[in-house]
Design a binder for this molecule. Structure first.
Ligand SMILES: Cc1cc2nc3c(=O)[nH]c(=O)nc-3n(C[C@H](O)[C@H](O)[C@H](O)COP(=O)(O)OP(=O)(O)OC[C@H]3O[C@@H](n4cnc5c(N)ncnc54)[C@H](O)[C@@H]3O)c2cc1C
Length: 452
């Protein structure tokens, strides 16, 4: 059974772990459930990258922090993503941000996006995290001639306005290295990928070592405001907390808390992993070493060569959770792979899974704190509730950075540039929440014809 956040009132601890390649190649530690009443200063709800990173930041600042997750470690996106480390989040490029808010804000956002990648790499080094980090080229590929021109123009602008180096590749350049059907040009950037579930395990290890208390298989089912903070109830325990950090992202259940209800649209993305490519398949495709790709379609396909020589291929998933594992969904994604790599026809699909990404209405994530009451200290609130979410499918580096920023905001840190759009306002509310799925279905039908 697939969890569907637009239908379900909660993630059950009984739901099985995803059948991902990541789960097949790494066993997550078992963390205890909450079976008692607990008092804490900071309660983090959600134990993916956002929540674990917030817990790490709070623990590093010697704060009393407890974390609750509804299921096992890596149940959410942390155990389901492609493992691409990208500088950016949301759906807007730096150029689009510059067009909307001007150059100063765009460079401020660039500092946050790059800061997220730096934070990830720094933590990997500082805490000796074993996450199968691999460096290799990251190629953006144009799916038609117009998109190729657009890609080159954007790359030039990124180089001149934001100092982002990239190498343009014509369709001929691509043809000398790869046999990818329907690639009309591209740009090559530095890339890096990792094992996303190992990253979640390492974050949990570090959070615990620093003193955070972690409980898994413990869904928060109710958040009630009380005189002395918030009372959060789980099936077999409760937590009284002064501050709450909501880090449930796309897995946030229906009608969970006013601050996040109808503020994001959970959309499914699906991935399959093939059998290891044999020598001939590697030679015929050019997929010889670890590298990653993303195309320019609105419904993007993304793929990477894994360290063991398998191809991981991802794209949009089914509209509804209940259809996630339908054969038709698997076939649709497999067909897309074969269209790009005809020589791989017949290769076995060894793993297939899906996950929910959190799409915000204006394509920008948010890290926002709603203060519930002011204390005598003018700068701090006695009780506050905040959230970080809406990464639109780009969060391997940014979600952890957002978790850090959320924790910093909750602690009243002054080094966050609150003029940036991701901090200034809450997530926008979707106007016709019930029509979201209908609109998505329409968009997919349109894309089927327009983005063949
Ligand atoms: C298929 C797929 C591919 C992706 N590929 C990439 C990629 O290659 N690169 C990239 O940058 N990003 C990628 N992403 C996005 C990235 O994985 C996410 O942005 C990121 O993992 C979000 O982290 P998170 O901690 O906010 O959310 P999650 O990891 O989803 O964690 C949310 C947690 O909240 C818990 N929860 C929910 N409700 C409750 C409750 N009531 N009480 C307690 N806990 C609760 C859930 O159990 C879950 O563990 C991908 C996403 C998907 C789905």
């Amino acid at each position: 059974m697939t969890y569907d956040p637009l239908i379900s009132r909660g993630v059950s601890s009984m739901l099985p772990a995803p059948k991902s390649y990541w789960h097949a190649t790494h066993k997550v530690p078992t963390l205890p459930p909450l079976n008692k009443k607990v008092n804490t200063e900071y309660l983090v709800i959600g134990g993916g990258y956002t929540g674990l990173s917030a817990a790490i930041t709070l623990a590093q600042a010697k704060q009393d922090v407890t974390l609750l997750d509804a299921n096992s470690l890596g149940f959410g996106c942390a155990g389901r993503n492609g493992g691409f480390i990208l500088s950016g989040s949301g759906r807007l490029s730096l150029s689009a941000i510059e067009d909307k808010w001007g150059h100063t804000i765009a460079t401020g956002m660039q500092a946050e996006f790059d800061g997220a990648v730096d934070l990830l790499k720094k933590r990997i080094t500082d805490f000796d995290m074993q996450v199968d980090l691999v460096e290799g080229p990251y190629l953006k590929l144009a799916h038609n001639v117009k998109q190729a021109e657009q890609l080159y123009a954007t790359a030039n602008r990124l180089a001149s306005n934001f100092n982002v180096p990239s190498t343009p590749l014509s369709s001929k350049d691509l043809a000398t290295r790869f046999d990818i059907n329907g690639a009309y040009g591209g740009v090559e950037l530095e890339g890096a990928c990792l094992h996303p579930l190992k990253l979640a395990s390492e974050y949990a290890r570090v959070a615990k070592e620093l003193g955070a208390t972690l409980f898994y298989d413990s869904p928060a089912i109710r958040i009630e405001k009380q005189k002395t903070g918030f009372l959060v109830t789980t099936p077999s325990g409760s937590v009284l907390a002064k501050h709450i950090l909501i880090a449930t992202n796309a897995y946030t259940p229906k009608r969970f808390h006013d601050s996040v209800d109808n503020k994001q649209f959970p959309v499914q993305s699906s991935i399959f992993v093939t059998a290891p490519l044999n020598k001939e398949q590697r030679a015929s495709t050019g997929l010889t070493t670890p590298m990653s790709f993303m195309d320019t379609r609105m419904m993007k396909y993304y793929y990477r060569v894994l360290p063991d020589g398998r191809l991981l291929f991802g794209g949009r998933g089914a509209v509804k959770g209940k259809d996630a594992d339908n054969t038709s969904e698997k076939k649709r994604l497999y067909r897309a792979m074969v269209k790009s790599f005809p020589s791989l026809i017949g290769i076995a699909m060894d793993y297939f899974w899906s996950g929910w990404v959190s799409v915000s209405l204006d394509s920008m994530p948010r890290i926002f704190v709603n203060s519930e009451a002011s204390s005598n200290n003018a700068n701090r609130s006695a009780y506050s509730i905040g959230y970080a979410m809406g990464y639109c499918g780009s969060g391997v580096s940014f979600a952890a950075f957002a978790g850090q920023r959320l924790a910093q905001r909750m602690m009243g840190a002054s080094d966050v540039d609150l003029s940036l759009p991701i901090y200034q306002s809450p997530l926008k509310t979707y106007p016709f929440p019930k029509a979201r799925r209908l609109a998505l279905h329409g968009l997919y039908q349109w894309a089927k014809i327009a983005e063949r």
